[in-house]
Design a binder for this molecule. Structure first.
Ligand SMILES: [Zn+2]
Length: 133
């Protein structure tokens, strides 16, 4: 089994709903994600995937949907307020935790046809979540 991993960094804001800690307040992160794809055999160029394919596909999706946006649960009471202020949002059916954002990006990579193995999502320099199937 061969694997390659592409790393992406971006900025986002969020807050956690129904949560008693500091992350209940609206705040931002400098996120880092790693997307790992795996195949049993290499292509004719000796690669699992060209890193630039991952950048073009998944990196573009991150830029267009998550970078410099506020990621919120769709029922968060801040949604209409921020929409009225013309702020860029990305709405989720769940709390925007590192775990669920890792899963969401995993599914995005899968929908784009990549044989994704796992996604690691760093919310801070010291804390990350991993989603794999
Ligand atoms: Zn946070």
């Amino acid at each position: 089994m061969f694997s390659v991993t592409r790393q992406f960094t971006f900025c986002y804001g969020h807050r956690l709903f129904d949560y008693k800690g500091k992350c209940h307040a609206l705040h931002g992160h400098n996120a880092r994600v790693q997307v790992t794809v795996s195949l049993d055999r290499l292509n004719s160029q000796g690669m699992v995937f060209d890193f630039s394919e991952l950048k073009k596909s998944i990196g573009t999706w991150i830029d267009e949907h998550w970078d410099h946006r506020t990621l919120l649960w769709e029922d968060d009471s801040l949604v209409p307020v921020l929409q009225a202020a013309d702020q860029p949002l990305f709405l989720l059916e769940s709390n925007p935790t590192a775990e669920l954002l890792a899963k969401r990006l995993f599914l995005v990579a899968q929908e784009k046809g990549f044989p994704v193995r796992k996604v690691k999502f760093w919310e801070t320099e010291n804390c990350f979540a991993t989603y794999r199937q």
